[in-house]
Design a protein around this ligand. Structure first.
Ligand code: ADP
Ligand code: MG
Length: 362
């Protein structure tokens, strides 16, 4: 190849940097929805209503009854690295909130045509509405002031993003079908609804313009996880599940609780829902271990249904390894996985003999 002369290094301008960074976090509407759900949960909401148009590409709206945003904080809402959750680097080792980097809303504002917030805290008499574009608060219409406008509203926050990826045409083209994006978004909502049902948080998800919700779970402190599973996944699977539980002991720095299908249940694809410290994550190593355990138990080509919730000392978990936080690393990963699968093996073996008894108990 002919040798090219060295080209000068130049700084990218900020708008380019921000849009590239946003693309790493928000790949598709379902990623944006996950961030917004986590914000609502961080805000202490117990009812989260989601409305999507064209799978979230045209409109992605989420309404919660959480703590709201203080009016004076609204100018910073969509600024990158502005957050109410993290102050010092050392806080990273004990995060109890989902968010900490202040990147989600900024990212959404960088890849959407317009973003709005309607929010009211318990202390304010009125709600405030503000609009954002590319990280900044902007007027609702050209020529108007960009200051938040006071208006009537209920406690909590509604965030709406319009025309996702309007300025990232290659991304937009890669996402072909609105139906597919809707299903992925619904899947994220359903996973959080399952995990948070027993924590008293209800979810509703529907298509814009439709009266019927595709997902609706109650906000009630008395909800049992198995009830939510039955509601979302049907009784056919719910009645085949066995309870998996390992309590925290002095020698174990983790605990796990979940529901896993028995030998009588099998489908074409594994359902694997994994939460670590209440965060929905991919844990491919744990999934693989479960699959190999079940391959000995199920007919050829059959796969299990698994929901597990792990609690690990936050000090031992690193959530800051991946832009979407889908991946987390934790200490003693192999040992913990082995311990979980051996416990699963034990309860599954027990389930074969005492099935009827177990299920009437549940
Ligand atoms: P992070 O969650 O990492 O702080 P985000 O960009 O997701 O960053 O949100 C920025 C800030 O906006 C949050 O720190 C929080 O103070 C506020 N916020 C976002 N969504 C909500 C919400 N639904 N209710 C209350 N406050 C919110
Ligand atoms: Mg957040």
């Amino acid at each position: 190849r002919p040798l090219q002369p060295a080209r000068p290094i130049q700084r990218l301008d900020e708008a380019v940097v921000n849009r590239i960074a946003a693309g790493e976090i928000i790949h598709r509407p379902a990623n944006a929805l996950k961030e917004l759900i986590e914000n609502s949960l961080d805000a202490g909401a117990d009812l989260i209503k989601i409305t999507l148009k064209e799978g979230g590409l045209k409109l992605l709206q989420i309404q919660d009854n959480g703590c709201g945003v203080r009016p004076s904080d609204l100018p910073l809402l969509c600024e990158r690295f502005a957050t109410s959750k993290l102050r010092d680097f050392s806080d990273l080792s004990k995060m109890t909130t989902f968010g900490f980097r202040g990147e989600a809303l900024a990212s959404i504002s960088f890849v959407s045509a317009s973003m709005s917030i309607l929010t009211k805290t318990r202390n304010e008499a009125l709600a405030y509405k503000a609009f954002y574009s590319a990280g900044e608060m902007v007027p609702a219409k050209p020529g108007q002031s960009s200051d938040p406008k006071a208006c009537a509203g209920t406690d909590g926050t509604t965030i709406a993003a319009q025309d996702l990826f309007f300025n990232v045409p290659q991304r937009r083209r890669a996402l072909k079908s609105a139906a597919e994006e809707y299903n992925r978004a619904l899947d994220v909502a359903a996973k959080y609804a399952l995990h948070y049902g027993a924590r008293g948080v209800g979810f509703v998800c529907k298509k814009s313009g439709s009266n019927a919700a595709d997902l609706s779970t109650p906000a009630s402190p008395n909800t049992k996880t198995l009830d939510t599973i039955r509601l979302l996944h049907g009784n056919a699977v719910a009645r085949e599940l066995v309870h998996l539980k390992i309590s925290q002991t002095v020698s174990l720095s983790f605990s796990v609780e979940g529901w896993i299908s028995g030998a009588n249940w099998s489908t074409k694809r594994t359902t694997f829902l994994c939460f670590i410290n209440d965060r929905l994550v991919d844990c491919p190593a744990l999934k693989r271990s479960f699959e190999s355990l079940y391959s000995a138990l199920l007919p050829k080509g059959g796969h299990p249904w698994i929901y597990v919730s792990l609690k690990i000392d936050p000090d031992k978990v690193d959530v800051n390894v991946h832009p979407t936080k889908r991946e987390v690393h934790f200490l003693d990963e192999e040992d913990i996985i082995e311990r979980i699968c051996s416990e699963a093996q034990t309860v599954l073996a027990g389930a074969n003999t005492s099935r009827t008894f177990q299920f009437t108990q549940a």
